[in-house]
Write a protein that binds this ligand. Structure first.
Ligand code: NAD
Length: 477
């Protein structure tokens, strides 16, 4: 049933979805409001001298909930950044961290800037100054507030932020834990760059392990051969599309970017499209498939799975009734508005919600933060010992086979795989896969167990609000 006469803002959308879920819960009086509201938003305006004049920039860091500290959430560089947006994103971080058991409160930051308009050294000056403004108020701090990459930022910006914090806190032995998503040589962790896209892949793999859930979409079978349309071939969209096509046999039949879309029912080569965008700045002119100038119309094309992985609000009251995909996985934050969500739910479209679908990033950020605080890479102590023990078993099996003339031989492929101890990347993937599976199972349990829960998003909110409420109660609130 349509509940909205006009399109709500991003923050209103998040609150409406929260309210929908919380109405199904019995929380102590007033706790619902305490959880919902954003604790604080800091706005900063600062000047940087560039190209012979002072330029003033506006940035935000919003702290939604401090029921666990540090609080965690990315920093976004985009001209669209505003207070409503960072507060919505900070709230989503609270629910996301609770859902995947990452021990953080929710935060988010943003800088109103189009990073493509600046040279690298200019971006460094701007980023360092922004980091300085936030760090001096403990809005960047290993135990208080730990940013990460988001739209328009990546490893490079995180390395500048980490260095800026270290320069301001020269005796802090945990300085590297002040931000995640850093390059390996600056204290990062293997597998962080692709973590969010990898998480989207693991989320879909887990969804397709449950035929009962798949049946709700009218689809059947596994990911192989499924036609996928992805919007945004940035960090998240690129990695998700790459892994799903290269490893799971799905077909990327549409790629929507800023300047239009590419469609090809035979499947597009994600790697080739990505390098085309890198050299030409957009998808236009790419050799294979058909170019569609009005990219957003491709959101409405027939496919099996739609992956909005660019920005918020792209599926809304204006186009939701024309969406043909039976399954949407929200790789971006807030790609479906509350109004759009109502329409899609009425149509029976299954939505794997953002707070779960893109939680791979914060999950691996959590691993990176733990690595920084423990000052040792995962796997360094145990890897060779694990290999030695496996070697013992292999030698014993081979000895038995020889002594008893059993004629057993272990295949070389098995031996290579079995004898290799897990390195950091394998451990990160294992931790991420486990996190995505466990969180999905918690959501689906609620989805199937309760008649008043019609969708995975409400189920996700119920699970995460329950955890946030429990931690407030434990604090005596
Ligand atoms: P990104 O900047 O790397 O990529 C965004 C991509 O979307 C770019 O390729 C850009 O050209 C494209 N794009 C921008 N506007 C578009 C439009 N109107 N139509 C089509 N394409 C458009 O950003 P990202 O880090 O991949 O983040 C994308 C989304 O995922 C955001 O909502 C972000 O909050 C969310 N997210 C990111 C992470 C992360 O680890 N980076 C983690 C969780 C959630």
């Amino acid at each position: 049933m349509l509940q909205h006469s006009k399109e709500p803002s991003f923050r209103e959308s998040v609150d409406l979805m929260f309210n929908r879920a919380v109405a199904l819960m019995k929380l102590p009086a007033g706790l619902e409001e305490k959880i919902r509201v954003c604790n604080a938003t800091y706005t900063v305006r600062f000047g940087v001298r560039l190209r012979g004049q002072i330029h003033t920039f506006t940035g935000y860091r919003s702290v939604h909930s401090e029921h666990m500290e540090p609080v965690k959430g990315g920093i976004r560089y985009s001209l669209g950044v505003n207070q409503d947006e960072v507060e919505a994103l900070a709230a989503l971080m609270t629910y996301k961290c609770a859902l995947v058991d990452a021990p953080f409160g929710g935060s988010k930051g943003g800088l109103c800037i189009d990073p493509r308009e600046y040279e690298e050294h200019e971006l460094e000056l701007i980023t360092r100054r922004f980091a300085y403004e936030l760090a001096k108020r403990d809005l960047i701090h290993p135990s208080q507030n730990v940013p990460a990459p988001d739209m328009g930022t990546g490893e490079r910006e995180m390395a500048w932020i980490a260095d800026q914090y270290a320069r301001m806190n020269t005796t802090d032995i945990n300085a590297r834990a002040c931000v995640t998503g850093k390059p390996i040589n600056a204290g990062g962790i293997q597998g962080r760059v692709e973590a969010t896209g990898r998480g989207v892949q693991y989320a879909l793999q887990e969804f397709f392990r449950h035929p009962e859930d798949v049946a709700k979409t009218g689809l059947s079978g596994g990911l192989r051969g499924k036609r996928i349309i992805v919007q945004g071939l940035g960090n998240v969209g690129y990695h998700a599309a790459k892994f799903l096509s290269e490893e799971d046999g799905a077909l990327i039949t549409g790629i929507i970017e800023r300047d239009g879309a590419l469609v090809d029912e035979k499947g597009l080569n994600v790697e080739a499209v990505r390098s085309w965008i890198a050299t030409h700045g957009g998808v236009k002119g790419y050799g294979d498939g058909t170019y569609v100038e009005q990219g957003n119309k491709v959101l409405e094309s027939a496919c099996d799975i739609l992956i909005p992985a660019a920005l918020e609000g792209v599926i809304n009251m204006g186009n939701a009734d024309r969406i043909k995909a039976p399954l949407i996985i929200e790789a971006a934050n807030g790609p479906v508005t509350a109004g759009g969500d109502d329409i899609l739910r009425d149509k029976g479209v299954v939505i794997i919600p953002d707070m779960y679908a893109n939680a791979g990033g914060v999950t691996v950020s959590y691993f990176e933060w733990v690595k920084n605080l423990s000052h040792i890479r995962f796997g360094r102590m145990g890897r060779r010992q694990e290999e030695a023990r496996h070697q013992l078993i292999v030698e014993e099996l081979e000895r038995l086979s020889k002594d008893k003339e059993l004629g057993w031989t272990l295949s070389p492929d098995f031996k290579t795989k079995y004898l290799r101890g897990a390195d950091e990347l394998e451990l990160v993937r294992s931790g991420l896969d486990d996190t995505m599976r466990v969180a999905y199972q918690a959501m689906r349990e609620v989805w199937h167990a309760r008649d008043d829960v019609q969708d995975l998003r409400t189920a996700a909110y119920l699970v995460s609000i329950g955890k946030v409420a429990a931690s407030y109660r434990a604090k005596g609130l």
